[in-house]
Design a protein around this ligand. Structure first.
Ligand code: NAD
Length: 466
């Protein structure tokens, strides 16, 4: 696309300033654009205005400070101002699972686009970044052009987002790729101008139609979820043999066609994206009459959920067969380390299931205690690993924070009532624990891994975070 110089830098708005939108707004301002962020949540906007990121994301507070100091980033709760300000409007609102089905709830997306469309009075580009079912962008195009006084002058594009919580700054400023779903050359040119700083860095770009752009996102998440559930299905097989899924994963990961990322066995995936995205995709495929093509995603989901139940089984076994009154130190509540996001978090689900069986559960997460408490106020929450371990009958590592990986088995052992540990994330070296008298259990590993093969592998398989 030539002649980008003829486009001046667009003014940008970001509608919805949650995990995705706040990161996007801050990053675009850091890249040099004038940005106005908007949310219906007044508290969130008040926090952002005063330089406080409303959630835990490493590196983002510093970027917010930088962006606010530059004078290029502002926040508002006034939609009229948003409509008047922007040349390119990014919609980043939530698309959670519906209350009564596995479909995506598109009411927030519909509201955001229609509110914008009713107010915009000059040519502008509306860009969806939320994860949506295929066909949403085409439907919204019709909707906004019907509502807007501009009619077809108001254009819509889709720019799916692939950032990982915990690495959101890096992923936004240096993504693996950009995907533009567009319906006109003008929309493509506007997006190219908007992402010029990244394109100049050589970030690969795929320009596609709207439906393909929507599909890239859900297909990517489906692939990642499938890979995680694949190794967890192998863990289930290992559990009824003497095989060790940890060694299996290492061996598989050394096959360059397979690779080790997302092949780490454990408690499985969660969070505000993967679980609801695969369910919504399956639901949408069924509506489109191609349900058979992605029916396997139902299995992927089931395997993932069974890991939670199996984790509780192992903790019960460690406790001697009955969880009533057993004190469990639940290490972690967030769906993954370096995040405070507890949406569909496996760790918290396990804590809840243990509680329902009569265990006395004490939860410690370095960042997610407050969010977890809002969701499950009946569990005990403490502010340190040591407090969680006090007089515990079983320690359960459920989210692999570095603090838990680095814990000293001896000092931990001095606090507990029984040295029993469930490693729900294959994050610990079993020998470090068993040599200090701990009973160690992990999903998919033989109960007594005495004869673990010492291979000539310099580095164990690693899994980069979700
Ligand atoms: P979130 O819940 O953190 O944020 C959504 C925000 O939208 C909230 O602040 C909410 O108040 C706001 N909102 C709701 N209705 C609104 C409206 N009408 N106008 C303005 N604001 C409104 O959710 P999130 O994690 O940021 O996810 C947002 C979307 O991005 C989802 O579709 C998600 O699947 C997708 N996504 C998220 C991530 C991630 O890592 N969190 C990564 C890629 C894609």
């Amino acid at each position: 696309m030539n002649n980008l110089a003829s486009f001046s830098a667009p003014k940008i708005t970001v509608v919805g300033t949650g995990y995705l939108g706040a990161t996007h707004a801050i990053s675009m301002a850091v890249l040099g654009f004038d940005v106005l962020g908007f949310d219906v949540d007044h508290h969130k906007i008040a926090q952002l205005r005063t330089g406080k990121v409303p959630f835990f994301e490493p590196g983002l507070p510093e970027k917010l400070e930088e962006a606010l100091a530059s004078g290029r980033l502002h926040f508002t709760t006034n939609m009229d101002k948003v409509a008047g300000f922007g040349d390119v409007h990014f919609v980043c609102v939530g698309t959670p699972q519906s209350a009564d089905s596995t479909a995506a709830n598109l009411s927030y997306v519909d509201a955001a686009f229609s509110e914008l469309a009713a107010r915009i009075t000059r040519k502008a580009l509306l860009v969806g970044k939320s994860t949506v079912p295929i066909g949403t962008a085409a439907r919204l195009t019709q909707m906004v052009q019907d509502i807007s006084p501009l009619g077809p002058e108001l254009e819509l594009a889709w720019n799916p987002e692939f950032l990982r919580e915990g690495f959101a700054v890096q992923d936004t400023l240096h993504p693996d790729r950009l995907v533009f779903g567009v319906a006109s050359e003008w929309a493509e040119a506007m997006l190219r101008r908007t992402f010029l700083p990244l394109l100049d860095e050589g970030i690969p770009l795929i320009v596609a139609d709207l439906a393909t752009a929507e599909l890239v996102k859900v297909a990517a998440n489906s692939f990642l979820a499938t890979k995680i559930s694949f190794i967890n299905a192998m863990a289930e097989v290992c559990e009824c043999t003497s095989a060790d899924v940890s060694l299996l994963a290492q061996a598989l990961s050394l096959d360059s066609r397979i690779g080790g990322r997302f092949l780490k066995p454990g408690l499985g995936f969660g969070g505000g994206c993967l679980p609801k995205d695969i369910r919504a995709f399956k639901h949408r495929a069924e509506e489109l009459g191609v349900g058979q093509a992605v029916r396997f995603l139902g299995e992927v989901d089931s395997i993932n959920n069974r890991r939670r139940v199996r984790t509780v089984d192992l903790i019960r076994e460690l406790a001697g067969g009955d969880l009533t009154g057993v004190r469990v130190a639940a290490l972690g509540a967030a769906f993954k380390p370096n995040s405070d996001d507890v949406r569909d978090a496996p760790a918290l689900d396990v804590a809840r299931l243990l509680y329902m069986e009569g265990a006395v559960v004490t939860v410690y997460d370095p960042e997610a205690n407050a969010n977890a408490h809002r969701l499950y106020p009946d569990l005990n929450y403490v502010g340190s690993l040591a407090e969680a371990a006090d007089q515990a009958d079983v320690v359960a590592l459920l989210t692999e924070w570095e603090e838990f990986r680095q814990a000293d088995p001896n000092s931990l052992g001095a606090r507990v009532r029984h040295r029993r540990i469930l490693d729900g994330r294959h994050a610990l070296d079993p020998d470090r624990y068993t040599s200090k008298g701990w009973e160690y259990r992990a999903l998919g590993r033989p109960y007594q891994p005495a004869v673990r093969v010492r291979q000539n592998v310099e580095k164990p398989a690693t899994q980069l975070p979700l």
